[in-house]
Design a protein around this ligand. Sequence first.
Ligand SMILES: [Zn+2]
Length: 327
Amino acid sequence: MRTLPTYTGDIGGEAIGETLLHEHLFVRQPEVDRALPDVEWDEDRAVHEAVAHLDALHDRGVRTVVDLTVPGLGRDAVLVARVAERTRMRLIAATGWYTHDVLPAYFRLNGPGRLVDGPEPLIELFIGDLTRGIHGTGVRAGVLKVVSDVDGITDDVARVFAAAAVAHQETGAPVFTHSHSPSRGGLEQLDVLERAGVEPHRIVIGHAGDSGDLDYLEELAARGAFLGFDRFGMEHAAPDAQRVAVLLALLEQGLAERIVLSHDAAIHSRMTPPSWRRAHAPRWTMHHLHDRILPLLREKGVGDDEIRTMMRDNPRHVLMGPGNEGR
Ligand SMILES: [Zn+2]
C-alpha cells in the first residue's frame, strides 16, 4: 500500500486532511541571487515567517501543504526541512523541473544519445528524489511537477514530461502541472501524459482556474483530470470574481469531484518579492481561501460537503491513488 512521504515522515491516506495542493515556501533563483543579491531575503526571518504563516493556516483547519517548488524554481529542501521541524503543518516535497521552454545547457549535452552519452539524468533525478530522498536530506518527494506554458510542449518540455511519466510508472507518484489556460494548454498536457501511461485521475492540471472558458474546463473534467483552481488571490493572472463565477458554474454541473483549490502563493519569491506583493497582491497568501473565498462560496450556496470534497477528499484521492486512500 502506498504511503505518502512528508518532510516529517510517511503518512497514510487517513491523515492527509484538508490540503492545499499548489503552494510555494521559498522561490529563489540561486544563479541570479549569487550575481545580483536578493535584498529582501533573510534566511532566518524567512523560516520564522513560514512557520508563523503555516501555523496560522493550521489553525484554520488545513493539515497538509504541497510545496510545488521544484528545481528551476530554487527548491531548497534543507531550508524547508527547518520549517517542517518547527510548524504543526505537514509539508510535502515535489520533484520535477520548472521550465517553460528550454532546460539548462547541462541537459543538452548529457543524456541518451547526446555528446556525454548516458542514462537520462532527469529520470535519475526524479526517481532518486521519490525513492531515496532529495539531495542533502532524507526527505522523499511525494509528487511530480511538470510545466508547459505559452510555447506549448517544446522538445525540452517533452523530455521533462517523458521522464515524469517514467517516474510515475515506477513509483505511483501523481503528476501536477503548470498549464497555460489562454491557449487551452491542459488538453495537450493530458494528451502527452495519457499517451505515456499516466491515468487522468492521477493528474492535476494546474492553473486551469485561470480560464474563463467553460467548454475547455468541462473537456478537461470529462477526460477525468483534476482541475486546479489554485491561484486564488493572484489577481494579476485572473480576477477572483471570474474564478468564483467559473467555479460556481462547474459546481452547478456536479463537478466538485474534479476540482481542487489552492493559491500558488509563496512565503518569499524572488520573482515577485514581498514588497511588490504587499503593494500589488496583498490578499495573495495561503490564508485567502479560508478568510474570504470559502465564506463567499458558502454564501453563494455551496455546501460543506462540496467544500470537503474539493479541500480534502480530492487531494487524498490524487495523492494516494485508488485503493490506498484509507478513510
Ligand atoms: Zn506554482
